[in-house]
Design a protein around this ligand. Structure first.
Ligand code: PEP
Ligand code: MG
Length: 612
């Protein structure tokens, strides 16, 4: 279950920039947030509160207005130059991913809604530049707030970062990189993409933010670099000071402030145990995921950005089972071109050196909005709306979809590349998507561009309608990948981003087990591989039952690979099949959970699986 963002909201127009007075905390206290990246860390806080700026509010005389406007314009030019310099550095070191976000920030700096509206305020209300800008930023954030979509609401922070940078330049304050000492726990209201990208190299031990959700940049980058992180811990920056001792449990989403000595000892022991398990498990990196009786399962990684690739290989990924290409579209105002898709995929294949890469065509809409497509604000139910492959097959979406397909086809000349289509509802959609691939092949052939003529095309099984027609889909697909995050959402009718129904998110519900079984059977009947790439695939407690249900490939967050592999290497196929068969006889999710837990406990020390 992906929790929703719960960052504090701006109240009056001064709230986020001025510190609230809070009583110092005495003794140990605990705060919970969203578990964004697993692991335990203990360290001294380094508070990065770029927002503790008092907005100076001043009315100005008529003749001063032009001076304020000039100051404002100069601060924008200064901010632009700073972002350009960060961008240059990042591109040289990291590739294009963060560059795109910074470019979006640069565009925002010059956006008329920000610039013209602020200048109008200075002229009409006769107020100073800082105050006018502050009011404009709050007004724009208010518009973002109206949008009933987590992704968009999180983008409020982008406008904050931009506004903050201008204010700092107006005030002549430091805007340089965050530079925490090694082993620090970075505590921030929110971190800009530029900050986060620099932080992961600064040997920090954990990240904690007031704002954010699992799709925020902090969470994505922390997971990719195995830095324990908790996000959405409301008001933490108001409670913690630099130098305070903190325990961060990124697995449980818990932050302990000023822990008692015995709590530190307890968590040190837990961290040591987790580290020892992690280290020991990494020893299986180059070993195959093969059961004791010789059944081979392929373990792949899910990634969102190229940056995560090295970590995936370090954890023993045999390839990529899910590359969420929609991240190429996020955080920018223009759209990726064929050539960008090509260069991106080619770079991935080259780094994978012969291992397979599965690119999921862009899955926008729903909880991942861009200016392109139907705004979620206009949809009553974005998860059931114009998202994913549906968007690609609209008149507006087709040209963009073809840009991507041609880019991927061209890249397929450089290594084993598979393409899969998300949210396919039935054979008609699959045929339409495949026909577009054929069109693209034809166009490339005419242009004389090389591509793999037998590039594999697969279907994500994420909807009950796809699952029920898996036998039909299997005839015209090269592989299946079960996306359990959406499959569970649509089968059990629970919004995957609504915390109020998260208790109903039950991977072991009999309905889900039956669907998984029927999909693996449909795949086997046509001789096509069946993979699973939803979160369920990375839960080691479920590895044995998934094996028994007939999954041949599991794709997951790379950090989970060593543990899942160790479970599989200690499993026997006949036992896994017995577990699956027994589970399929049961009536409720709770009964299945009990059965799975008791069978797993017979084989694996409970402690090992608990610390996953
Ligand atoms: C899924 O739905 O299980 C899946 C892997 O796709 P996403 O989480 O990106 O929707
Ligand atoms: Mg999905």
């Amino acid at each position: 279950m992906r929790p929703t963002g719960t960052g504090p909201r701006a109240g009056d127009d001064d709230e986020p920039l001025s510190p609230e007075s809070t009583e110092p905390l005495i003794g140990e206290s605990r705060r919970t947030g969203i578990a964004a990246a697993p692991g335990i860390a203990i360290g001294r806080a380094y508070v990065v509160d770029r927002r503790r700026l008092k907005t100076i509010k001043r009315h100005v005389a008529a003749e001063e207005v032009d001076i304020e406007i000039a100051r404002f314009r100069a601060a924008i030019i200064e901010s632009d130059g700073q972002l350009a310099r960060i961008k240059e550095k990042l591109v040289a070191r990291e590739g294009e991913d963060h560059f795109l976000i910074l470019e979006a920030h640069q565009l925002m700096l010059h956006d008329e809604h920000l610039v013209d509206a602020s200048i109008r305020r200075m002229q009409e209300e006769r107020i100073n530049a800082e105050w006018a800008l502050r009011k404009t930023v709050e007004q724009i954030k208010g518009v973002f707030d109206q949008i009933e979509d987590d992704y968009f609401r999180e983008r409020r922070s982008d406008i904050d970062f931009v506004g903050d940078r201008i204010v700092r330049n107006l005030l002549g304050l430091e805007t340089g990189p965050v530079a925490p000492p090694p082993d620090a726990v970075v505590v921030a209201h929110d971190l800009s993409p530029a900050d986060t990208a620099q932080l992961h190299r600064a040997a920090v031990v954990a990240l904690v933010t007031d704002a954010g959700a699992r799709t925020s940049h902090t969470a994505i980058i922390a997971r990719a670099h195995a830095i324990p992180a908790v996000v959405g811990v409301e008001n933490l920056t108001q409670l913690v000071g630099t130098g305070d001792l903190l325990i961060v449990d990124g697995t449980e989403g818990l932050v302990i402030l000023n822990p008692e000595p015995q709590t530190v000892l307890l968590y040190r022991a837990r961290a040591r145990r987790q580290a020892a398990i992690g280290e020991a498990l990494l020893a299986n990196r180059d070993l195959p995921a093969e059961t004791l009786d010789g059944v081979r399962v392929r373990l792949f990684a899910n990634i969102d950005v190229v940056d995560e690739l090295e970590g995936a290989l370090d954890h023993g990924a045999e390839g990529l089972g899910l590359f969420r290409t929609e991240f190429l579209f996020l955080g920018r105002t223009d759209l990726p071109t064929e050539d960008e898709h090509y260069q991106h995929a080619r770079q991935v294949l080259e780094r994978l050196a012969g291992r397979v890469a599965t690119f999921r065509t862009f899955d926008l809409g729903g909880d991942k909005q861009t200016p392109f497509g139907a705004p979620a604000s206009r949809e009553q139910n974005p998860a059931l709306g114009l998202r994913s492959i549906r968007l690609c097959l609209t008149k507006e979406g087709r040209p963009l979809f073809k840009e991507q397909l041609r880019g991927l086809l061209r890249a397929s000349a450089h290594g084993p590349l598979r393409v899969m289509f998300p949210m396919i509802g039935g054979l008609a959609e699959l045929r339409e998507a495949r026909a577009m691939v054929d069109e693209c092949r034809e166009e490339l052939r005419t242009r004389g561009e090389p591509y793999d003529p037998v590039m594999k095309l697969g279907v994500m099984i994420e909807m009950p309608s796809a699952a029920m027609t898996a036998d039909l889909l299997a005839r015209e697909s090269d592989f299946f990948s079960i996306g359990t995050n959406d499959l569970i959402q649509y089968t059990l009718a629970i919004d995957r981003v609504n915390e109020h129904v998260s208790y109903l998110y039950q991977p072991l519900h009999p309905a889900i087990l039956r669907i998984v079984r029927s999909v693996t059977e449909a795949g086997r009947a046509r001789g096509i591989p069946v993979s699973m790439c939803g979160e369920m695939a990375g839960d080691p407690m479920l590895s044995m039952i998934l094996l028994g249900l007939g999954l041949e490939e599991l794709s997951m967050n790379a950090v989970a690979i060593p543990m899942v592999k160790s479970v599989l290497r200690a499993s026997v196929m006949a036992e896994a099949q017995r577990l699956a068969a027994d589970a399929l006889e049961l009536a409720t999710a709770a009964e299945v959970e009990d059965l799975v837990q008791s069978r797993m406990a017979e084989h694996f020390p409970g402690d090992v699986l608990r610390s996953r």
